[in-house]
Design a binder for this molecule. Structure first.
Ligand code: PLP
Length: 375
């Protein structure tokens, strides 16, 4: 079976983790600190703060920006649930804006209509490794005094005109096992604002500035030394992994364009292909079954948008949805929750393997079988 994802771990990672185990210092220490410094350099930001997951990064970024009850955060429902869950967890209201039909990311032309006096932040998601239209979002954020919190959990080393994601606002990354680089579980907050970095540092460790001296209420969301050591090795390989993903995607696009809708990104945008996602207008389940029978694993990211998840369906009134009026012919109320572009994408998207462990033969098999299905 050609897997949809495979972490690439070698002897360097094994040795790095073993050295930590032998040293006996397992909790957050010097490996985590060096990993933070290197990650900040790669993202062109002044500070990076390591945490236990991408979810923790997003959660603490919201708290560090003082976002809480009464505040609204503009985001997308076409993402992993963590993106919106953290907004609810801090007591704020997610405002889901519909997506662009070609990039699947937040549609900037709809964001203005979503802004109210309660709006505190925009949380774009660089979905599949494809940067959102940050130029337009930055203009809006500046005009309305909004914070940008980037969900870059899928987008390590993605960039716009050479400027890395995670440097447009407060950046949040995940190092979950299937991500473009991994520490098993893990996350990072990136920022140029030393106050935000300091608040995240306090929040991740029970508000301790010094040991057993608690200046604020916080959590234990620290990263371990094993993860820090793993992250340092993976970070050194990230550029090579990314180049390979981009090359694999170029191969797939060359063979598949004209047959199916292949991924789109704006000119000057570096899409890092965490996922290579095509559109299958009809019979997607049959495609999944057919490809599996031919040894190709696929995945649907995401079969149910966040606003249609069972939990969210029971939370009417705790979130809002904004879509293009011409698509729904309706003024939205909290009882009328539609995101037509998002909902159609959820029915049609299909991710094919694109990870750097694929062989040339794997890539040829994928394109051959997908083309056969198009006939
Ligand atoms: C877009 C997005 N946001 C947030 C997360 C949460 O990251 P983690 O699983 O590390 O908590 C993920 C991870 O799957 C993600 O893909």
């Amino acid at each position: 079976m050609i897997p949809i994802a495979r972490p690439l771990l070698g002897t360097e990672e094994e040795n790095a983790v073993l050295r930590v185990l032998v040293s006996g210092q397992l909790a957050q220490g010097k490996h985590v600190t060096v990993f933070e410094q290197r990650f900040a350099e790669v993202c062109h930001v002044r500070e990076a703060v390591a945490v236990s997951s991408g979810t923790a990064a997003l959660h603490l970024a919201l708290l560090a920006h003082d976002i809480g009850p009464g505040d609204e955060v503009i985001t997308t429902a076409f993402s992993f649930a963590a993106t919106a869950n953290v907004i609810l967890l801090v007591g704020a209201t997610p405002v889901f804006v519909d997506i662009e039909p070609d990039t699947y990311t937040l549609d900037p032309s709809l964001v203005k209509a979503a802004i109210t006096p309660r709006t505190k932040a925009i949380m774009p998601v660089h979905l599949y490794g494809n940067p959102c239209d940050m130029k337009r979002l930055e203009v809006l954020a500046r005009a309305y005094g909004l914070v940008i919190i980037e969900d870059a959990c899928q987008a390590h080393a993605a960039a716009i005109d050479g400027k890395p994601v995670g440097s447009f606002g407060t950046g949040c990354f995940s190092f979950y096992a299937t991500k473009n680089m991994t520490t098993g579980e893990g996350g990072m907050v990136t920022t140029n604002d030393s106050d935000i970095a300091e608040r995240v540092r306090l929040l991740r460790s029970h508000g301790q500035k010094e040991r057993y001296h608690h200046v604020t209420l916080g959590y234990n969301l620290r990263m371990t030394e094993m993860q820090g050591a793993l992250g340092l090795v993976q970070l050194e390989k990230l550029e090579r992994f990314t180049e390979q993903r981009i090359a694999n995607a170029a191969f797939l696009t060359e063979r598949l364009s004209g047959s199916v809708q292949t991924p789109v990104s704006h000119p000057g945008y570096r899409h890092v292909y965490h996922q290579y996602t095509i559109r299958v207008p009809e019979h997607r389940d049959q495609w999944v079954t057919h490809l599996r029978a031919r040894g190709i694993e696929t995945a649907v990211h995401y079969p149910l948008p966040i606003h249609q998840q069972p939990f969210y369906r029971n939370q009417i009134g705790r979130f809002r949805c904004i879509s293009a009026p011409e698509r729904t012919n309706a003024e939205h109320t909290t009882g009328d929750i539609r995101l037509p572009v998002t909902e159609l994408a959820a029915k049609q998207v299909l991710s094919l393997p694109v990870h750097p462990a694929l062989s040339g033969e794997d890539l040829s098999t994928i394109t051959r079988e997908v083309r056969a299905l198009c006939k």
